[in-house]
Ligand binder design. Structure first.
Ligand code: ZN
Length: 453
């Protein structure tokens, strides 16, 4: 049960800012046993020895925000802002069912694993009537692919007839949303250290959810001891609507409804006043920063530097593949760095800080900083070996800069709890051919349903 990686450059993202030019990582029974410079110490029998020469070892990346079902609806509404994009896509998502969700989630998770993600937060909030159990479909997909899942049981109870954006056919009643969420927690939430599935409570956004659901969902999460996640302050349209309807900004609204705190992480957090940045930082509320999706929808550039300085945990998110067709997490390291620099100049975010966001920052957003996010003894054996020995990275003097600024390296090896999920760039736990076939069928069935509706 002992795996030894030797010969790699190791960037453990620990508190001491260690870096080992030629180092080792030892994993025993799924947990990291040793990390350091040079050859591995002799700790007992070794089952597998991995030659890491030419590679950079980092902690597995943590994706803090996603909608895996959207992998089935990519390339649509290409020039739309968030609200118009949603209005175009909601009627298509109304045709979603359990089978389509599982096909899309499997493909989305394969892409995430092949780009370095070992932990994925998925926010699923579309539950059309008669669609089976899409939440279970996501859990099952993560189980098959072999990554850690934070399954956010989303909800919407404010259809068009109540001033919301989604069609009435895809929203739930307040009671159904709360009961469905509680049932998901009871069935799937595993609070044990190293668990593969945790459940969080996630009403979708202030413009698709009633104030009652926001408040009662927060109460439910705290009663059950699980985390809270929603979208907030993504666009100026949202801010205008919030001001018109509730007479306050989205962050003030979050404060009023119980949505600021150390057990909350919010997707986006782009349009924030200095005061709002302070509230988020002081309350310890996490931010899932989704640079590519924000750019694709022209939503704006989050104040990442300011949020970090204010003390907020900031992690990286891919967001749904309908607003980020790449769907990979590794590329978000560079996107986050460059967007931060467009906003705050070339010193706004270093390559190392970007890797911190993608690992420890994400772990903090998900409340798992003691288990994952860095390579340290006692933490889970979630490791990525990035291949840097090809012409693509030859001569880049700094391996961390090669990862962040260079072409996204091939994942030589991705371990989750010490188990191999990706090897030499390819998924090893499921068939990529079957995944593509199932996705192609699911996607065309969904589009056909929308055309016939
Ligand atoms: Zn989102």
């Amino acid at each position: 049960m002992r795996t030894v990686i030797e010969g790699a450059t190791v960037f453990p993202v620990d508190r001491a800012n260690s870096e080992y030019g030629t180092g080792h990582v030892v994993i025993n029974h799924g947990v990291i046993e040793a990390v350091g410079e040079g050859s591995a110490p002799d700790l007992g029998p070794v089952d597998e020895r991995i030659d890491g020469r030419g590679c950079l070892a980092t902690p597995g990346l943590v994706n803090t925000h996603h909608h895996l079902y959207q992998w089935a609806t990519r390339g649509l509404a290409q020039q739309s802002d968030l609200f118009n994009w949603l209005v175009t896509l909601y009627p298509i998502w109304a045709g979603l069912d359990e089978e389509i969700t599982e096909a899309a989630a499997t493909a989305g998770l394969v892409r995430l694993a092949e780009t370095g993600a070992t932990t994925v937060a998925d926010h699923h909030y579309v539950f059309p009537q008669g669609a089976g159990d899409p939440f279970t479909a996501v859990v099952s997909a993560a189980h098959q692919v072999g990554v850690r899942l934070h399954a956010v049981r989303g909800s919407m109870d404010r259809g068009q007839s109540h001033g919301g954006l989604p069609p009435d056919s895809i929203v739930e009643s307040l009671d159904d949303a709360l009961h469905g969420t509680e049932a998901a927690i009871d069935r799937y939430h595993d609070p044990e250290p190293g668990s593969m599935v945790r459940v969080a409570v996630g009403p979708c956004s202030p413009f698709s959810v009633s104030q009652e659901l926001m408040k009662e969902a927060a109460d439910l999460a705290r009663r059950k001891g699980v985390r809270l996640h929603t979208h907030l302050a993504e666009t100026l349209d949202e801010e205008r609507q919030c001001m018109a309807e509730f007479g306050c900004t989205p962050v003030e609204y979050a404060g009023r409804t119980g949505w600021l705190g150390e057990d909350v992480w919010l997707a986006h957090g782009i349009h924030l006043s200095d005061e709002a940045v302070g509230w988020i930082g002081n309350s310890g509320t996490g931010i899932a920063h989704c640079p590519t999706s924000n750019a694709r929808l022209g939503a704006g550039i989050a104040r990442v530097r300011d949020l970090i300085e204010a003390g907020a945990p900031v992690g990286l998110g891919v967001d749904g593949a309908a607003s980020n067709e790449d769907g990979g997490l590794g590329g978000e390291l560079r996107a986050a760095t460059y967007l931060a620099r467009l906003r705050g100049g070339p010193e706004a975010l270093t390559a190392r800080a970007a890797v911190w966001l993608g690992t420890m920052g994400g772990a903090r957003c998900l409340g798992r900083q003691r288990e994952i996010g860095s390579l340290e003894p006692g933490k889970q054996g979630d490791v990525v070996l990035w291949r840097l020995d090809g012409y693509e990275h030859a001569g880049i003097v700094d391996p961390v800069a090669a990862l962040v600024f260079g072409p996204l390296p091939q994942v030589r090896l991705l371990l989750v709890g010490g188990k191999t999920v990706v090897e030499d760039g390819s998924i090893r736990t499921v068939s990529d051919v079957d995944t593509a076939t199932a996705l192609r069928r699911a996607s065309s069935r969904l589009i056909r349903r929308a055309e016939e509706a």
